[in-house]
Design a protein around this ligand. Structure first.
Ligand code: ADP
Ligand code: MG
Length: 222
């Protein structure tokens, strides 16, 4: 369960101007809920996901994950939380281009205490979920945009996080790959993951496995 209470984020712009990107956000997200966060560009979606993922600190307010306020975490605990409990699916997360899909997944587990056999099992599991098994030994440079996205999905799942944060996951995908991504979300629902999708893509409208759609506007939830 994620409980967001009275969350505010102000950015300094210029010398003494502040920009209020999130305004008193209150939101509860249940375990294994699929939540779509809609809103036009600039409404605060990425800022909210970054705070839930402990990439960014809010100006005030709290984000409780299973009763622990992640906002108060030190850098060390924040990075442990990110690595063990959160998977990020965004366009801007870079892959190692010269490496294969398998090597990228392997690299994502470099700090883990898993055995080689366990790592291989994980790689098989996530590449299947993300539909990239057939290109597992292909260098990333040879992949299409949609296949790179699948590699990013597989990497986001490799630590078996319970929270998956998706920021504009279909922004650079064609219709076919966007529909394939929708299928991945359906699978994540079956796996009982908690999934947040920030998007303005109408492809996420009216999906029966989406539990809730919330609208953001000018930093506020409507
Ligand atoms: P969305 O993801 O909905 O497009 P964002 O969360 O990226 O919105 O941004 C919300 C608002 O906060 C925007 O007006 C954006 O310009 C501003 N903003 C985001 N990051 C920063 C930053 N680092 N410094 C100043 N303003 C920022
Ligand atoms: Mg954004």
């Amino acid at each position: 369960m994620i409980k967001i209470k009275a969350l505010n984020k102000e950015f300094l712009s210029g010398t003494d101007n502040t920009f209020h990107a999130l305004k008193d956000i209150n939101l509860e997200i249940k375990d294994s809920e699929i939540l779509v966060l809609k809103g036009i560009s600039g409404s605060g979606k990425s800022t909210l996901l970054s705070i839930i993922g402990a990439i960014m600190k809010p100006t005030s307010g709290s984000v409780e994950v299973d009763g622990e306020n992640i906002v108060s975490y030190t850098d060390y605990f924040a990075s442990t939380y990110r690595e063990s409990r959160v998977g990020f699916i965004t366009q801007s997360f870079h892959l190692f281009d010269a490496f294969s899909v398998r090597e990228n997944l392997f690299a994502a587990l470099a700090n883990s205490a898993l055995s080689l056999v366990e790592i291989q099992e994980r790689i098989t599991e996530v590449s299947s979920t993300a539909n990239i098994s057939h290109k597992i030994d292909a260098p990333v440079t040879t992949l299409s945009g949609g296949e790179k996205q699948r590699c990013i999905i597989a990497r986001a799942l490799i630590n078996r996080p319970e929270i998956i944060l998706c920021d504009e996951p279909t922004a650079n995908l064609d219709r076919e790959n966007s529909l394939a991504f929708v299928e991945v979300v359906k699978r994540l629902k079956e796996m009982k993951k908690t999934v947040l999708i920030a998007t303005h893509d109408t492809i996420f409208d009216d999906l029966d496995f989406v539990d809730r759609v919330v609208q953001m506007k000018d930093g506020e939830l409507e």
